[in-house]
Design a protein around this ligand. Structure first.
Ligand code: SF4
Length: 267
């Protein structure tokens, strides 16, 4: 059974959400413009490192989404996002902080780690390269607002970076954040993950998989101000029994209604 960071993170957010997604097969509809733009932008970045025309790749990939009924946020439009993407590529190129040797090998790097005889953990690292001359794991992010940088050291608590450090054993990690705002900005954030953090993450993975395989899917619901995870959860229609909300936000993978494999779990 392969596990990933997204699976562990979904379970820790709400076990019921994990069940909706991974056991019952409900997935969010791919209509969020920001998410699709992020994918198109990552393709353009890969083209940049392969010394291809990254702006042309961004235009091609983003154009593929143009006819779709996308959900834009905060006054975004297809044209505005394209323009911001091209400006971000230019800024990134001018900055020259990041270097990737052998991009065919060091972009979207698949790493696996055995958890037990039956389970393995799989991660795709965005890139392994150099930030200002320092070798590190790199993660790309596209966002419409800056990532916080205070208090100092905050980035070391990012669970996805801790996960990537745990699975590779590499302590140096970085996020390159492409901020789509009126004046675009690229943030270069670097941190070091300690050995203790890696060990704790390994324990967290083992503990979470144990709970998943014991079929513990009680909801961690949350509707108390100011943290309302249920109100932004795409699966809220399922939890409320509201067909209209389900139809608006989710699709179900064919065949997912067959939950027979659950019976094969050994406790
Ligand atoms: S709506 Fe709330 S209880 Fe239901 S899956 Fe989402 S977070 Fe969990």
């Amino acid at each position: 059974m392969p596990y990933s960071y997204t699976q562990i993170s979904q379970y820790l957010t709400c076990p019921r959400r994990y069940r909706h997604r991974y056991l019952d097969g409900w997935r969010e509809k791919d209509t969020r413009a920001a998410m699709l733009f992020g994918r198109a932008f990552e393709s353009a970045l890969a083209a940049f490192f392969r010394r291809e025309d990254s702006a042309a790749v961004l235009f091609r990939e983003w154009s593929a989404c143009r006819g779709q009924d996308l959900q834009y946020s905060k006054g975004d439009t297809w044209d505005r996002m394209l323009q911001q993407g091209i400006q971000l590529l230019e800024r990134f190129c001018q900055d020259g902080h990041v270097r990737i040797r052998q991009p065919q090998r060091n972009l979207q790097v698949k790493v696996t780690r055995s958890i037990s005889p039956n389970n393995e953990f799989v991660a795709y690292i965005d890139a392994i390269g150099y930030l200002d001359g320092r070798r590190c794991l790199l993660e790309w992010k596209t966002t419409s607002s800056r990532y916080p940088e205070e208090p100092e050291g905050l980035l070391a608590l990012d669970p996805q970076l801790v996960c990537y450090s745990w699975i590779t054993g590499v302590a140096q990690v970085a996020q390159v954040v492409f901020v789509r705002k009126r004046l675009v900005e690229v943030q270069y954030l670097h941190t070091t993950i300690t050995n203790e953090q890696r060990q704790e993450f390994g324990q967290l993975v083992e503990d979470t998989i144990r709970r998943i395989e014991s079929a513990q899917f009680l909801p961690h619901s949350g509707i108390r101000f100011p943290q309302n995870p249920c109100s932004t959860c795409p699966y809220i229609g399922l939890c409320l029994g509201r067909r209209d909300l389900v139809d608006a936000a989710l699709v179900r993978r064919p065949g997912a209604e067959d939950l027979g494999w659950l019976d094969e779990l050994t406790y």
